[in-house]
Design a protein around this ligand. Structure first.
Ligand code: ADP
Ligand code: F6P
Length: 377
């Protein structure tokens, strides 16, 4: 009897998710497997629609071929709190087996989605994970699907920002995504020549940023770029610096509950360093971009491997498979290890240090500017 597999995308969308779905569809077809596309992540498995099959529809490769380069995720995605409940998971596993007759699932998502997949494995549903997230926060793999695209979006944006910063001689704070993983920030910083990188993996001090920016300015660089990863705000030492009071006194009154942000950092730096400072949050453009060649190619290989694994390989009990990149090659490992982040990828301390300590060597123009400024003072 022919087999039926399912595929879904879950969590934050990431560039390359569609390419991975297409790849799964093409290889499933090659093996004569029926493929069901499950809509809106794990929500689609809850059977909430009036027509229960509405969220679980047959995917033919000829219908999905054209979505290969489409932005976002064709299958839609969602976050689904209910899916964490054991009784819901029991019912879903039962439906997958007895109502939808699904023999295996391909889950394209991040670590949260992997945990959900692992819960299904424990209930007898074979699952393979493809790491669809821009954050690159799964230590078992060198790259997640969408990370390369997100970095390219940030690099493009920072290049533009550095051009206008140069035109106006203004430093700029740029916030990128990545959740608690500073990889997008680090890669963007080294690819653009940014002078500062601030990541959630390392504690940092606002006073230190002020000091270093002042020293860059004194050296003639009044157009430095400070790249910060979104959740690094939580890791900064603000306790020693009464930034709310400072802002109220010099720029704009802020409430004591106001979170520190790229905009507020720019305001503080303006006051402390005596130059105009601007800020940009790159935001969701990182998620909605067209996948780079790297991500599209990774998606193709991952989709092929996922179908192959579901067909030909048996995982350890209560486990599934997770696909990733190791030494530049697409490989597979245990879903349990991947979901529980049991592998360790060391933080690139040297690179972090290099970006943050590389001195600015003034050019002739810079020296003239610095001299003129000193005369004014
Ligand atoms: P990502 O997959 O990108 O990390 P989330 O962390 O939001 O995104 O997780 C996506 C979905 O995965 C959640 O909305 C939920 O349905 C499911 N999920 C997350 N954590 C768990 C968990 N511990 N157990 C079961 N399902 C989970
Ligand atoms: O996981 C991808 C991601 O874009 C993170 O970088 C970010 O913290 C989060 O999702 C934002 O999630 P939401 O779509 O719920 O705003």
């Amino acid at each position: 009897m022919s087999k039926t597999f399912g595929v879904l995308t879950s969590g934050g969308d990431s560039p390359g998710m569609n390419a991975a779905v297409v790849s799964v569809a093409r290889f499933a077809e090659q093996y004569g497997i029926d493929l069901m596309g499950i809509r809106r992540g794990y929500n689609g498995l809850l059977g909430k629609n009036d027509n229960e099959l509405n969220d679980i529809r047959k995917l033919r490769s000829e219908t999905v071929l054209d979505i290969l380069d489409l932005r976002g995720t064709y299958l839609r995605t969602a976050r689904c709190e209910e899916f964490k409940l054991p009784e819901v998971l029991d019912r879903v596993a039962d439906d997958l087996k007895h109502k939808y007759h699904i023999d295996g699932l391909v889950i394209i998502g991040g670590d949260g989605s992997y945990k959900g997949a692992l819960d299904l494995c424990k209930r007898g549903i074979p699952c393979v994970g493809i790491p669809g997230t821009i954050d690159n926060d799964l230590p078992y793999t060198e790259a997640t699907l969408g990370y390369d695209t997100a970095v390219n979006v940030c690099v493009e944006a920072v290049r533009s920002i550095r051009a206008t910063s140069r035109s106006h001689d203004r430093p700029h704070v740029v916030e990128v995504m990545g959740r608690y993983c500073g990889d997008i920030a680090m890669r963007t910083a080294i690819a653009t020549g940014a002078e500062f990188v601030i990541v959630p993996e390392r504690k940092w001090d606002l006073r230190d940023v002020v000091k270093r920016l002042n020293s860059q300015i004194a050296n003639g660089n009044s157009r430095a770029t400070i790249i910060i990863c979104e959740h690094a705000w939580e890791n900064g030492n603000m306790a020693d610096y009464p930034w709310q009071e400072v802002l109220c006194e010099h720029d704009k009154c802020v409430h004591e509950d106001t979170p520190f942000s790229s905009q507020n950092m720019a305001r503080v730096l303006k006051y402390e360093c005596g130059v105009e400072v601007r800020s940009t949050v790159i935001g969701y453009t990182q998620r909605g971009a067209i996948p780079t060649a790297y991500d599209s190619a990774f998606a193709f290989e991952a989709g092929r491997m996922a179908v192959d694994l579901l067909l030909h390989k048996t995982p350890e009990p209560d486990d599934g498979f997770a696909i990733g990149v190791r030494d530049g090659r697409v490989f597979h490992t245990s879903l349990r290890r991947a979901a529980l982040k049991l592998d360790h990828r060391p933080f690139n301390e040297e690179l972090y240090h290099t970006v943050n300590t590389l001195p600015y060597l003034p050019r002739e123009d810079d020296l003239i500017l610095v001299a003129a400024r000193n005369v004014k003072k």
